[in-house]
Design a protein around this ligand. Structure first.
Ligand code: CU
Length: 96
């Protein structure tokens, strides 16, 4: 029980300090709607138009888009909206 409390405190400390830093964030989006080699280009263009996006890597094989962005300028919601508006609904896979 004591170990659990300690781990929880550590986890909260890590996330708490991470939120206050204006460091670039990377998020992986699942984009299941990509059906051919050209789809990733559309998805990438849509994401690059979002202000604050620094890097976009879209993989058709993995059906994912990995986006690095400045979380002071944009948000995961804005990224998801951008791909959805381009015709490719996405869901968040992971943040690092
Ligand atoms: Cu396509």
């Amino acid at each position: 029980m004591r170990t659990l409390t300690l781990l929880l405190a550590l986890a909260l400390g890590v996330f708490g300090s991470g939120a206050s830093l204006a460091a670039p964030k990377t998020v992986a989006l699942d984009v299941p709607g990509m059906t051919c080699e050209l789809c990733p280009l559309t998805v990438r263009k849509a994401l690059q138009k979002v202000q604050g996006v620094e890097k976009v890597a879209v993989s058709y094989e993995k059906k994912e888009a990995v986006v690095t962005f400045d979380d002071a300028k944009t948000s995961v919601e804005a990224l998801v909206n951008a791909t959805r508006n381009a015709g490719y609904p996405a869901t968040v896979r992971a943040t690092r």
